[in-house]
Design a protein around this ligand. Structure first.
Ligand code: BGC
Length: 416
């Protein structure tokens, strides 16, 4: 009797311990395309394996603008999720509101300082303490191509310069194909724009114009040439472009209807999710003129202050899972990006990822490693949003002159 009741008591105690341990994580993200959803599912699986409940808070919309609007209203109403997909300078803005949790405990236990490039670790910290966990390194300056389309058009190699790009685009047009698959949403226009600026002006110019927002660079002949080249790219898109989601643009390459797409390597996640093989069904190359540069875009999750002990435990397990070598590998294999964690083996990764990894390291040595402005890594959100709007107005309205667009970009750069 005694023994049984003691056992029962133990069982109750164990149960209680379990309920304190297992908690819920509510995770806000905008990974809703095929490849993205597969990647996010890996994190969910890992959390569930630790006994936690995953509450998915997915807000559709590439680039995350809609997700950020929803996040603001949730935090303002005093009900933040456990974690939200936020990156770059916006991390500091959220932390300065006093709503983020100090993650130094897990960071210390899991040796984050030793496992991350210092430039990345610094972005994850506010006043010296970790408030966010990084997931990956996306490269934005990529050009993707459909092997079928290139073959049909007689384009033998991926273009290395903008001149070669336009020559190839003309061939695609002549073959009755859509030369450039473009999703006409402001963040996609901006993604194309930053690759053009990088290709036309080089990394130093990109840094001056789109990171330092230097007036002289923004008013220079190189900026003029960048805008002219950007407008020329537009003459190769199809009339169905306005409003199109980025993954539907990638699908046009997968179906062989279009030749090229300028997009970050989350596009590779779509190709791979569709069973396509790099180097065979599709090609990747640095955007024209940008082979020695790398526009980086590090996805990360900010962690909010939570009251409930079990939710805090689940949150710290989430942060540990994000930085674990197992997750960094499986997530990035699906997502198209490369691990942000140092010292990871790349043998399971494809040639596009291997090239990305090599160029990430090399460009860091030569000054070619620059933050992506279109993906929230380079400047504060207010200036980014204002410049993005002007760039899209210029893209959508051929009546706006290059000179006017330059003036408006310089003005927008002053937005605080
Ligand atoms: C994010 C990626 C995401 C892409 C499309 C980028 O800003 O960094 O993770 O896949 O937007 O939504």
């Amino acid at each position: 009797m005694f023994k049984l009741s003691k056992l029962a008591a133990l069982a109750v105690a164990a149960g209680a311990a379990l309920t304190v341990q297992a908690g819920e994580v509510e995770v806000l993200h905008y990974w809703t395309s095929g490849g993205e959803a597969k990647s996010a599912a890996e994190l969910k699986k890992m959390m569930q394996a630790k006994g936690h409940t995953w509450r998915d808070f997915a807000v559709a919309g590439g680039g995350g603008d809609s997700a950020m609007t929803v996040l603001k209203s949730r935090v303002v109403s005093g009900n933040p999720p456990s974690a939200a997909q936020v990156k770059g300078p916006a991390i500091q803005e959220w932390a300065s509101e006093g709503v983020l949790a100090n993650m130094d405990g897990v960071a210390k236990a899991e040796k984050w300082d030793e496992s991350l490039p210092k430039v990345v670790a610094d972005v994850m910290k506010y006043k010296g303490s970790y408030v966010a966990a990084p997931v990956n390194v996306h490269r934005v300056n990529w050009l993707w191509a459909s092997s079928d389309a290139l073959k049909k058009a007689g384009v033998a190699a991926m273009p290395k310069t903008w001149d070669e790009f336009f020559a190839a685009a003309d061939k695609l047009k002549a073959a009755g194909l859509i030369p450039v698959a473009h999703g006409g949403q402001n963040w996609q226009d901006f993604t194309t724009f930053e690759s053009v600026v990088l290709g036309v002006g080089g990394a130093k110019f990109y840094q001056d114009a789109l990171v330092k927002l230097d007036d002289k660079a923004l008013g220079s002949d190189t900026m003029k040439k960048s805008l002219e080249t950007f407008r020329r790219v537009k003459s190769y898109i199809d009339p169905g472009s306005p409003g199109r989601d980025w993954n539907l643009a990638t699908a046009m390459l997968i179906q062989g209807k279009a030749g090229f797409q300028l997009m970050g390597d989350w596009a590779k996640g779509e190709f791979v999710a569709a069973g396509k093989v790099p180097g065979k069904d599709f090609m990747c190359a640095a955007a024209p003129g940008t082979a020695s540069s790398f526009t980086f875009n590090v996805d990360s999750f900010i962690l909010f202050k939570l009251k409930d002990a079990s939710a805090q435990k689940a949150q710290s397990d989430l942060a540990a899972a994000i930085m674990s070598p197992e997750f960094q590998e499986v997530f990035n294999l699906n997502k198209g990006s490369i691990p942000v964690r140092l010292g990871m083996k790349m043998d399971k990764f494809d040639d596009c990822a291997k090239l990305s990894s090599k160029d990430f390291v090399e460009s860091a040595k030569t000054g070619g490693l620059v933050p992506s402005i279109a993906h929230g890594m380079a400047v504060a959100p207010a200036a980014e949003g204002a410049i993005k709007d002007v760039v899209s107005q210029f893209w959508n309205d051929d009546k706006i002159s290059v000179a006017d667009a330059m003036k408006k970009i310089a003005q927008a750069a002053k937005t605080r």
